[in-house]
Design a protein around this ligand. Structure first.
Ligand code: NAD
Length: 360
């Protein structure tokens, strides 16, 4: 198969971790007789430095013309980097929001999976972890509070800020369908998370999710309030299969879910639309504190590349091969610094990439 991949290395550790993912993709292409062609574009701080804006229209066109996008991470140190002296619409993350919107990527998938070999990194008690957990957070990505109208104005001598939370039935229905589709391929349970006791947008969310559920009689549906869900994630994460939720709740809950796996450097993510196109990136940020040291964990990015093979290119066998190679390396005791513990072998970012290639 021939596939065109847009590559955004980004800022901080982005270039280091993406290079390792490309190494792995090249090895997959060789082993399974595929041709992957890569086109680099700039986004975030790297684009600001060259073009003065975090994403150009030309870069968007390149992404649109490809089969999938692989992204490292964007952004710098938010207190010291000059990028954060710019007005909000010119800062690095504005590039990412614009890219998601332009590509119509409305569904964000974030697996939170506890590897047996990394159980000691999980901050939860043994009796809660038991034989591990495996959940998928499905977050709506292009609506809600982050995209509603906002303004700050002076009223009666004091500043007042407004952020609007807006959802249409159509937006809720398409993400709910995606959530149920994913659940059908997993353990067939959806937990829809909202704040229906307070918010109108949540009441509409709940109504539409119930309607969509009628088309998926095999899937068990439960509704959970977001505050309860935040608690349940640390009390009993094993109860969850697919967590389906709106943009801001998903932003917060997916970080919490990744934290209970104990290692942000291991967690991949995908942003999808209705067809098979998607953008794939690690769940973590650009880690400016360790950039350029060749110590970052590239596994989240490599697993994101595996998700790209699975969800955009329908290459399940190839994706399985990458995931199995990673499990094998963890079993053999290799660790990057973020997941290092006593009795294991510490390796660099590039060495971890090499080991995964060797084990494919
Ligand atoms: P971060 O995820 O970059 O880092 C948090 C901590 O985790 C740091 O100590 C870092 O060293 C460590 N870490 C993260 N990824 C790692 C890896 N692969 N290997 C080893 N250690 C790793 O979060 P932050 O510090 O809050 O944000 C830094 C920058 O990243 C900010 O500019 C932020 O806006 C941006 N960011 C970008 C994205 C994205 O591109 N999608 C997502 C989140 C944050």
């Amino acid at each position: 198969m021939e596939k065109k991949i847009t590559v955004i290395k980004g800022d901080g550790i982005g270039p280091e971790i993406v290079n390792e993912a490309l190494k792995v993709l090249d090895a997959v292409a060789k082993k399974y007789n595929h041709t992957f062609t890569y086109t680099d574009i700039l986004m975030g701080g790297a684009s600001i430095d060259v073009h003065g804006v975090p994403l150009t229209d030309e870069a968007i066109e390149v992404a649109k013309a490809s089969d999938a996008v692989l992204l490292g991470s964007i952004g710098g140190d938010t207190t010291t980097s000059p990028w954060y002296q710019l007005e909000p619409s010119l800062r690095p993350e504005a590039g990412l929001l614009k890219m998601r919107k332009e590509l119509g990527l409305f569904a964000n998938l974030r697996p939170a999976y506890l590897y047996n070999e990394l159980k000691e990194a999980c901050p939860l008690k043994e009796e809660i972890i038991q034989d591990g957990f495996d959940m998928m957070i499905m977050r709506e990505l292009t609506g809600g509070l982050y995209f509603g109208e906002r303004k700050t104005q002076e009223i009666d001598g004091q500043m007042v800020a407004h952020d609007n939370l807006v959802y249409s039935e159509k937006e809720i229905r398409r993400i709910a369908k995606r959530g149920f589709d994913i659940a059908m391929k997993r353990r067939q349970k959806v937990t829809s998370v909202d704040k229906a006791n307070v918010l109108d947008s949540s009441r509409l969310w709940r109504k539409v999710v119930n309607e969509v559920a009628r088309d998926y009689p095999e899937v068990e549906l439960e509704h959970m309030l977001v505050d309860n869900c935040a608690m349940q994630l640390v009390r009993n994460p094993r109860q969850f299969d697919v967590i389906l939720t709106e943009n801001m709740f998903g932003d917060i809950l997916s970080d919490e879910a990744s934290m209970v796996t104990g290692s942000i450097g291991m967690l991949s993510s995908a942003s999808l639309r209705d067809d098979c196109f998607g953008m794939y990136e690690p769940s973590h940020g650009s880690a400016p504190d360790i950039a350029g040291k060749n110590i970052a964990n590239p596994i989240a990015t490599i697993l994101s590349a595996a998700m790209m093979l699975r969800y955009s290119f329908d290459m399940d066998e190839e994706a399985d091969a990458i995931e199995n190679a990673i499990k094998k390396i963890l079993k053999d005791g290799y660790r990057t610094i973020d997941i290092m513990s006593k009795g294991h072998k510490e390796v660099s970012c590039s060495k971890m990439g090499d080991l995964i290639v060797e084990n494919l």
